[in-house]
Design a binder for this molecule. Structure first.
Ligand code: 2BA
Length: 109
């Protein structure tokens, strides 16, 4: 068995959960925050058989879109004063960040 951890954009999350559930997968949805943008994203936990992992990744790939986003993440500046100043930066977020973990044991009590 595998546990897939999928970090996706909030805009894609509801449709992704619906498509996964329609395909027969169990899903847990968590509200999370990206460390770089410090803005909300969604993390899904999906436990499934090894053989079905490609089905899950296929659905994630179909639903989750890459988007460009502006940020004012703090970045280091030079000069005598040094320190951190915010400056605008454009980044491409997503489609999705996926981790696939082997599950040692799966128990429902
Ligand atoms: P954030 O950390 O908010 O990152 C959002 C986007 O900012 C990233 O998109 C990437 O394009 C950019 N970015 C992140 N760190 C950067 C840096 N040090 N310098 C320049 N640009 C940077 P994605 O790569 O698609 O990641 C989307 C979200 O997935 C991330 O949100 C984070 O919540 C999660 N994530 C991505 N890689 C991860 C990893 N290795 N471990 C844990 N979470 C991860």
């Amino acid at each position: 068995m595998k546990l897939l951890i999928a970090i996706v954009q909030d805009e894609d999350a509801n449709r992704l959960v619906s498509e996964l559930m329609d395909a027969g997968f169990s899903v847990t949805k968590l509200a999370t925050t990206g460390g770089f943008l410090r803005s909300g994203n969604t993390t899904l936990l999906i436990g499934t058989d090894d053989a079905k992992v490609p089905v899950v990744t296929g659905i994630v790939e179909k639903v989750c879109k890459a988007r460009r986003q502006m940020t004012t993440a703090p970045a280091p500046v030079g000069g005598m004063a040094g320190g951190f100043n915010p400056y605008p930066l454009e980044v491409t977020v997503g489609g999705a960040t996926l981790f696939v973990l082997s599950v040692e044991q799966f128990v429902k009590l």
